[in-house]
Design a protein around this ligand. Structure first.
Ligand code: HEC
Length: 161
């Protein structure tokens, strides 16, 4: 009995010993600098798609992309807890403004709020020592393989409905 307990303990110790370094490696990989840049690259795509969708008054798609922008930024902040909290709060008001513009289907308000969002991106980059990463309002969509046109009945001015 004692012997088998000892044996089990030894097996367990070996198992833990061999798994632990892997777990440590996995955790490190999850938090590697490339991981944050990958999340940000996704944010970059979505920032661009959000713009194109808004320009084409595809409010359904714009709302979808905005949710994904928010979700990616939340992931970045959750994973990289060393990003100061004020950097997160500075991006909040423009996100709320875009939400309202999408809900109101207001292209002018959307354009204004989008500019503010982009400024918010850059404010965080500046305050995290990444001033060299400068986001701009897109000039064209690089996504030739996706249609941003609203579905039939979508995108019309609510006043004209
Ligand atoms: C809360 C802070 C924060 C906010 C808000 C933020 N970023 Fe970033 N972003 C970072 C940090 C930190 C890096 C640098 C990551 C690294 O060290 O490689 C970065 C890097 C990037 C990169 C470079 C990725 C690459 O591989 O070239 C892009 C593009 C980017 N962000 C886009 C955006 C966009 C677009 C927004 C706004 C919608 C945004 N970011 C908002 C913190 C932020």
């Amino acid at each position: 009995m004692r012997k088998s307990t000892k044996y089990l303990a030894a097996v367990a110790a070996i198992a833990v010993g061999s798994v632990l370094p892997l777990m440590v490696a996995a955790q490190t990989a999850q938090k590697s600098p490339a991981r944050l840049a990958d999340i940000m690259s996704a944010v970059q795509f979505r920032h661009s798609k959000l713009w194109t969708a808004g320009r084409q008054k595809n409010w359904e798609l714009a709302g979808y992309e905005l949710e994904l922008v928010k979700s990616s930024l939340t992931d970045a902040i959750a994973l990289y807890t060393d990003i100061p909290v004020e950097n997160i709060t500075m991006i909040d008001p423009p996100i709320k403004s875009i939400e309202s513009a999408i809900a109101a289907r207001n292209a002018a308000a959307f354009g204004k709020a989008f500019g503010e969002l982009t400024t918010g991106c850059n404010s965080c980059h500046q305050s995290t020592g990444r001033s060299f990463i400068v986001m701009t309002v897109p000039t064209a969509s690089p996504f030739g393989n996706q249609s941003f046109a609203p579905r039939q009945g979508e995108g019309r001015d609510p006043a004209r409905r």
